[in-house]
Design a protein around this ligand. Sequence first.
Ligand code: PLP
Length: 410
Amino acid sequence: MKIRKGIPVIDQHDKSYMYGGKFGGNFIPETLKKPVEDLTILFEKLRKNKEFLKQRDYYFKNYVGAPTPFIKLNNLTNHLGGAQIWAKVVAEANGGAHKIYNATVHALICKKAGKKYIVGDTGAGYAGKMLSMAAKKFGLKCKIFMGAKDIERQKPNCDAMKKNGAEIVPVHTGSKTLVDAVSECMRYWVSNCDTTHMCVGSTVGPNIFIKICAWSTAQISRELIVQVKKEFGKIPKKMKLINCVGGGSSALGFWNSFMDYNKNQVEMIGVEAGGPKNSKLHAAPLSTNAKVGILHGAAQYVIQDKEGQISNTASISAGLDYPGISPVHCFLKDTKRARYTSATDEEALHSHQLVTKFENISPSLEPSHAFAEAIKIAPKLSKDTVIIVNSCGDAKKDRDILKKRLGKKI
Ligand SMILES: *Cc1c(COP(=O)(O)O)cnc(C)c1O
């Protein structure tokens, strides 16, 4: 299995949409084939269309707020006494996280398709919240499919979706969580695809959704490569790009423009959710050597039991609590272009505390997993090593849990 240079990694699949012959594909029911094919044709046209690219860039700049800052964390660097630590503060984007890139692009595609309705799934509620924001911005009617259990647990996000005019459709089947919400949303889309566009909230699902999402978040590294060259005059000799991974959309966006560099120069490190210390409920398929299975229409490493049933996972960070992972990350793991590890809930809490003690940024619990790895490795590395962490979410959304676990008010 090999990664090729000069070709976007999302396009390195075969005719069956498989990466490395093993991951991805479109394992979907017959009824879903036509809408997926139509969307594929439309997107492949749009991504080459100058007018559409201009529109995307306009809204990324004037709605999302591009470019997001690239800053040096001097105090944290001095405290740890090794590699330089920098942050790409994607949390400064409108809505407080990277999910707005995907939501904005889907809203634009929906308009181009001449559709007035947009549907999406959500687990913790952030994908739903961002999609409801984008729908409001572009005058689209929005439905969000959400597990009944998640609706109970995620009241603030549900309130935000309603405030943006979205309808929340509770899903009562199966485990009443994200996995079921995605299935229900796809069923709805099949029956309504003439008027309705569908958005998947991360780089998972049938291939077209992986592509649209990673193509959207690629904005992060398009900005970063310019910022790095401006700061250092070139790409530093030793650089490490650290990102948390749930479904994998922020990491793929953060790494995209650096993919062709040698891994000895630009190392990519993905940090999964290790869950509570001493528990086995890791939401970490890549770093725990999970087996390949099919989830949401694509083959990937997935947390499963001996019979192949999807297992329960747990993480302090709702955004990372997903049993599967983008097939593109599975490909990057097997080709060894990226390295994957995990951080526990406790490590993420500790790193959140340390970063906020020394710096004026407040990473949410997801990027706190990435900071945990940076904090672990920085002291052992030389001062000319440049570590960049994608601070992809703001801790405002984690207010309640941080208060409960750290007794902290933010
Ligand atoms: C949703 C979310 C994630 C996890 O999703 P990815 O697709 O892996 O990026 C990570 N961080 C934040 C802040 C999120 O909202």
